[in-house]
Design a binder for this molecule. Structure first.
Ligand code: SAM
Length: 212
C-alpha cells in the first residue's frame, strides 16, 4: 500500500507547507486518500477540521470489544466531528488502522460524563446542547430508516453481547434500530456504525429525507 518517493521537482515555496519532507524523500505508506499523499499529519488533521460533519460518534467500552476500532475507522471515513469512548480509557485500537490519529478523541469514565459533555456541546449558531441518539435494536426502538436524524447529535453504540447499557439507554433521546430480515439477533457494531453514519450523511450531506 502507498506510494514511493515523490517523482519530479518538489513543490516549492508556500506550496511545500503541507508536505512532509521525509515522506517526499522516502515515500508514503499510510492509509490516506490520494489528496493527502505526502502531507504532514498535522496538515491533514487541520484540513479535515475545516469540514468536519456535525455528528459525533460514541462507543461504550466496558469489555475491550474489538469492533470499536471498526466504528472509529468509519467515523474517520465519514469525517465525524469527534469520537468518544465511554467506560475504560484503553480501547482496542487494532481495527482502527491508525485512523483514530486523524480525529479528535474524548474519554468519558461513565455515561453521565458523556451526558454532561453533551449538555454543553456546540449545537450551531451559538446554541449549546446536543442529543444522544442510541443505536441498538431493542424493544421500543425506532427505525433509523424513517427517523429524521438531527444535524447535531451523538450517535452512541453498544458492544458485543450486552449492547447499550441501561444507563446509555436512559441517556438517549431516542434509540434507533437498523432493520434486519434474517435470523441473527444483531449485526456487529462496526457494520451498524457504518449504516448509522451513512444515514446521517444521506440526510444532511445529500439532503434526502429519511425513508426516501
Ligand atoms: C452485537 S450488538 C448487541 C446487542 C443486541 N441488541 C442484541 O440483542 O443482541 C452490538 C451493538 O451493535 C449495534 N447494532 C447491532 N445490530 C444493530 C441493529 N440491527 N440496529 C441498531 N444497532 C445495532 C448496537 O450499537 C449494539 O449495541
Amino acid at each position: 500500500m502507498g506510494v514511493g518517493p515523490w517523482q519530479g521537482p518538489w513543490p516549492a515555496g508556500p506550496a511545500l507547507s503541507p508536505y512532509d519532507e521525509s515522506l517526499l524523500t522516502d515515500g508514503d505508506r499510510r492509509n490516506v486518500v490520494d489528496k493527502y499523499r505526502y502531507w504532514r499529519h498535522e496538515a491533514i488533521v487541520r484540513d479535515l477540521d475545516t469540514r468536519r460533519h456535525d455528528f459525533h460518534v460514541a462507543v461504550e467500552n466496558w469489555g475491550h470489544d474489538f469492533n470499536i476500532g471498526s466504528v472509529i475507522r468509519t467515523a474517520n471515513a465519514f469525517n465525524a466531528k469527534a469520537f468518544h469512548i465511554v467506560g475504560k480509557r484503553r480501547w482496542n485500537r487494532r481495527g482502527a488502522m491508525v485512523t483514530d490519529r486523524y480525529q479528535h478523541e474524548y474519554h468519558h469514565p461513565g455515561v453521565q460524563d458523556l451526558v454532561d459533555w453533551a449538555s454543553t456541546a456546540p449545537a450551531g449558531e451559538g446554541a449549546r446542547g446536543i442529543p444522544i441518539i442510541g443505536i441498538d435494536n431493542l424493544p421500543g426502538s425506532l427505525p433509523i430508516e424513517t427517523y429524521d436524524l438531527p444535524r447535531h447529535c451523538i450517535l452512541l453504540f453498544g458492544q458485543e453481547g450486552p449492547g447499550l447499557s441501561p444507563e446509555a439507554r436512559a441517556a438517549s433521546a431516542a434509540i434507533l434500530d437498523i432493520a434486519q430480515f434474517g435470523s441473527t439477533r444483531s449485526i456487529n457494531a462496526g457494520a451498524a456504525g457504518a449504516i448509522a453514519m451513512h444515514s446521517w450523511v444521506r440526510r444532511h450531506v445529500f439532503d434526502q429525507p429519511a425513508g426516501s
